[in-house]
Structures are given as structure tokens and as C-alpha cells.
Design a protein around this ligand. Structure first.
Ligand code: KIV
Length: 287
């Protein structure tokens, strides 16, 4: 495949050409290398790292330093995909100045090309300021996991006509504020379709149905590596947790049963060298 680095202009063009965008999360060199090799358009270093890598119960405790660390690992592993770093809770809500400063760190210190932040109309001024500073912003509305306490749990959003109108207003406000793309998480499919048709920027859905301009899944979810939460919208393309468990168990049994290492896993020694060494040993042990 003759591949070129994906740019922000390609993402916009894909929307106009009705070509669906693909985005998957990655958190380290290895996952980024695989996602990139599979031809994904965008890699998101999501703050879901807190749950699937760090074992936290939510994304809320994730810090800027942790995000920057994971972004650097991902930047090293990817060559072609457009790279987006997720701004963690309280890194952009406290003031516009802090939001610009922290967003800039993703580009300056961690090899990202854009940032993602959660929230609707209330984030519009911040997004305008961050984009004016030259930092591309991906919005994220619907189920916004950093506000899980306020939302009362991980629940589908925009199910009533009033909530659907608010979601559309949020989407239009984020587009007007300068977002280059918008994640729609856990919203009814007809609403996501209506929103996608009314925006010039691409929407990327997760639990938002096929009417979005692209889709995103969390690496650990789609590969069956994480089964603490099993949202309805996840399609598992592999069951790696079981594959890995089987491999680890086989290794343990091989070692305890003496089948590993076998002769083909060991290094030989020249006979003459071995004999000389044995002679040295017996002399040493006699003295
Ligand atoms: O953190 C994350 O992985 C995300 C995606 C689910 C969109 O925000």
C-alpha cells in the first residue's frame, strides 16, 4: 500500500467524499505500531488509558503528565495516522489560559497533532481560544466520561426530544468554535445521523450508529483484552484475553513440567571449551 501521512485536510476531504473515517485508541509504542500498520486514519491517545491500562474505575483521576507520557510512546510507534491526544479532566475546564497551555504541551512535548476535549456549548470559548493558538481541537459530546458523576453513570444521552435538541445545539456550537471533528458517544443512531448531516466537520461515533462520518473503538475493547465493562456498542474482533491466558498457562505448565526450554531454545558450547571449563572446575574444587 502506498501510504501518505494523514493530515487534518484529508479528514475534512473524507467527509466531503463520503468516505468513512477510522479511529482506534492506542496507549504505547506497541499498540500504536499495530493500529498504524492496520491503516487507521486517526490514533486517539484516550484518557480511557486510566481504565484499560491503569486499572482505575473512571477517567477522572488521569493527569496531564500521564497523558503526555502515553502520547510520547504512541508518537514513537506511529508513522501515518493523524495523532490526537485526549485532554484529561481539569486540564482545560479551569481557565482558557490553562487550556491553551495544556493543549500546547500535547503538540510541543508529546508529538500529537491535535487534542480532544469533552463538553458542549460551555466549552465553545475555550475551543475558540485553543484553535486560535494554532492547536486543532476534536470535540466530544453525548456521553462524556469525565462528567460521569454529573451524568449519574455511563448512560445513553439525547434520548428525549429536548436532550436531542441540546445535543444538536452543542454540535453546531463546537463546529462554530472551530473544532475539526466531533466524537459522538452513546447517542441514539437517528440523532447521530441527523447531527452528522448538519455539520460540515466529520463526526466520529462510538455507540452512535452507522450514520456518523467515522467510528472509534477502544483498542482493549475491540481486541477482547478488557472485559470489566462490556458496552453494547463494542464489537469484539478478537478474544485476546483468552488467547493470552492460554499462552501464559501453557508456558507455566511447560516450565514446571520441564518441557521448556527444549534443546532448540538453548545455546551449545564447543566440546573443547566445555572440557577445559570442567577441568578448571575440578581443579578449583580440589584446592
Ligand atoms: O478516552 C477515550 O478512549 C475516548 C474514546 C472512547 C472516544 O474518549
Amino acid at each position: 500500500m502506498n501510504r501518505k501521512k494523514v493530515t487534518i485536510l484529508d479528514l475534512q476531504k473524507r467527509k466531503m467524499e463520503h468516505c468513512r473515517l477510522t479511529m482506534v485508541t492506542a496507549y504505547d509504542y506497541g499498540s500504536a505500531e499495530l493500529v498504524d500498520a492496520a491503516g487507521m486514519d486517526i490514533i486517539l491517545v484516550g484518557d480511557s488509558v486510566g481504565m484499560v491500562v491503569m486499572g482505575l474505575d473512571s477517567t477522572v483521576p488521569v493527569t496531564m503528565e500521564q497523558m503526555l507520557y502515553h502520547c510520547r510512546l504512541v508518537a514513537r510507534g506511529s508513522q501515518y495516522a493523524f495523532l490526537v491526544g485526549d485532554m484529561p479532566f481539569l486540564s482545560y475546564q479551569t481557565s482558557v489560559t490553562e487550556a491553551i497551555h495544556n493543549a500546547g504541551r500535547f503538540l510541543k512535548e508529546a508529538g500529537m497533532e491535535a487534542v480532544k476535549l469533552e463538553g458542549g456549548q460551555e466549552m465553545a470559548d475555550t475551543i475558540t481560544a485553543v484553535t486560535r493558538a494554532g492547536i486543532p481541537v476534536m470535540g466530544h459530546i453525548g456521553l462524556t466520561p469525565q462528567s460521569v458523576a454529573q451524568l449519574g453513570g455511563y448512560r445513553v444521552q439525547g434520548r428525549t426530544a429536548v436532550a436531542a435538541q441540546k445535543l444538536l445545539d452543542d454540535a453546531l456550537a463546537l463546529e462554530a468554535a472551530g473544532c475539526f471533528a466531533l466524537v459522538l458517544e452513546a447517542v441514539p443512531a437517528p440523532l447521530a445521523t441527523a447531527v452528522s448531516q448538519r455539520l460540515r466537520i466529520p463526526t466520529i461515533g462510538i455507540g452512535a450508529g452507522p450514520g456518523c462520518d467515522g467510528q472509534v473503538l477502544v483498542y482493549h475493547d475491540m481486541l477482547g483484552l478488557f472485559d470489566k465493562l462490556q458496552p453494547r456498542f463494542v464489537k469484539r474482533y478478537a478474544h485476546l484475553r483468552q488467547t493470552i491466558l492460554d499462552a501464559l498457562t501453557a508456558y507455566r505448565e511447560d516450565v514446571t513440567g520441564g518441557q521448556f526450554p527444549a534443546e532448540n531454545h538453548t545455546y551449545a558450547m564447543e566440546t573443547a571449551e566445555y572440557e577445559a571449563f570442567m577441568a578448571y572446575l575440578s581443579e578449583r574444587e580440589v584446592n
